[in-house]
Design a protein around this ligand. Structure first.
Ligand code: TXA
Ligand code: MG
Length: 330
């Protein structure tokens, strides 16, 4: 039996039943594909860690079908967190909140907070609703890649990343086509007086400030909270990523479509907009590895908002490479 199945009403219902039985289901969201398990089932959740080769103390995001389910998983929710949920859910935003007893240590990595998200992908929402109708509370799902690797934005990429570690007799990969946003959700810590961005994404600082009427807290909490995406090296392809330098012959090259491909370089993406840049980036990094390229030169997008999220991921992808971007210069 193949792990991959196209999303239909039937496959979604049977995927919800699989989740209920403790199986793993990889599913599309608008950001990246997630590797899901019943967030209240310890042995199912522990299989996520094994499949990803992820350290046990890294917390998982619990995906819920609607804002109403927030109160099951979180307590003492601030007014501004509710405002954010109203304005941006379903959407590419994860809220970090004080956890309820339902959010066990095996989901939160032992922290007293829980990450919650209502995704905006119709198939993901249908799966979460079907799971809820079967009595389920939420689906814990990290990005469906091996720890430290590039997040998958297609079902085929999920299969290449983790297919060999799944159990074909019970687990599933739902194919809902390529993800529309392409970079992971904005993570906002809502446990303080004002919101703090832990990971930038498509919901931008400007949008958060406009929604809440509050200034976003810029003070970094350092390592107090374990966000694996906050590790210096993450989102990395096998090829070395070099930022803001031109490609040499044989190198991969990613830049906006207004930039010409340097002689002999292999063009991996030429997005026309920042949105398209985000959508194409991970597939482009993956294709460099598929082609066996050893180096990728990336000209980063400029500006705020989603461009910042792209630069955040690229900086981590380039951790072992050279960074010629202005911020990296002494
Ligand atoms: O767009 C996304 O957020 C995707 C899709 C599948 O929803 N998920 C995703 O999950 O990117 P993951 O596990 O790859 O990244 C989630 C990040 C991790 O770095 C984790 O440490 C952090 O969220 N996180 C989860 N719960 C947290 C908590 N209670 N406090 C602080 N960080 C948390
Ligand atoms: Mg991830």
């Amino acid at each position: 039996m193949s792990l991959l199945s196209v999303c239909t009403t039937e496959t979604i219902t049977s995927a919800a039943q699989s989740l209920q039985k403790g199986a793993l289901v990889a599913f599309p969201t608008e950001t990246v594909y997630g590797l899901g398990a019943d967030a209240t089932n310890e042995s199912a959740v522990s299989r996520i860690y094994v499949t990803k080769n992820r350290p046990q103390d890294h917390p998982l995001i619990v995906h819920i079908h609607s804002l109403e389910a927030m109160g099951e998983w979180a307590e003492n929710i601030s007014d501004y967190a509710i405002q954010l949920a109203r304005d941006f859910w379903p959407g590419p935003m994860t809220l970090i909140l004080e956890r309820s007893p339902l959010a066990a240590n095996f989901v939160t990595g032992g922290q007293d907070t829980v990450g919650l998200r209502v995704p905006a992908q119709p198939l993901a929402l249908a799966l979460l609703k079907a799971f809820h109708d079967l009595g389920g509370s939420g689906v814990a799902a990290p990005s469906a890649n091996r720890f430290g690797a590039v997040s998958p934005t297609t079902a085929q990429a999920v299969n290449e990343e983790i297919g060999q570690y799944l159990d074909e007799t019970q687990d599933l990969i739902l194919d809902g086509g390529p993800c529309l946003v392409g970079v992971e959700s904005t993570i906002i810590d809502c446990t303080g007086k004002t919101p703090q961005i832990l990971r930038p994404g498509a919901i931008t600082q400007e949008m958060i400030e406009e929604s809440t009427g509050l200034e976003v807290d810029q003070n970094s909490k350092g390592n107090a909270i374990r966000v694996s995406g906050a590790l210096e090296s993450h989102y990395s392809p096998k090829a070395t990523v070099i930022l803001d330098a031109l490609a040499e012959p044989g190198d991969g090259f990613i830049a906006m479509n207004t930039m010409k491909t340097p002689n002999g370089a292999i063009r991996l993406a030429s997005p026309a907009t920042v949105e398209q840049y985000a959508r194409d980036l991970y597939a482009a990094l993956r294709s460099a590895d598929e082609q066996g390229l050893s180096k990728i030169a990336v000209i980063q997008p400029q500006g705020s908002g989603l461009a910042e999220a792209i630069r955040d991921r690229l900086k981590k992808a380039a951790h072992n490479g050279l960074d010629f971007s202005p911020e990296a210069m002494p």
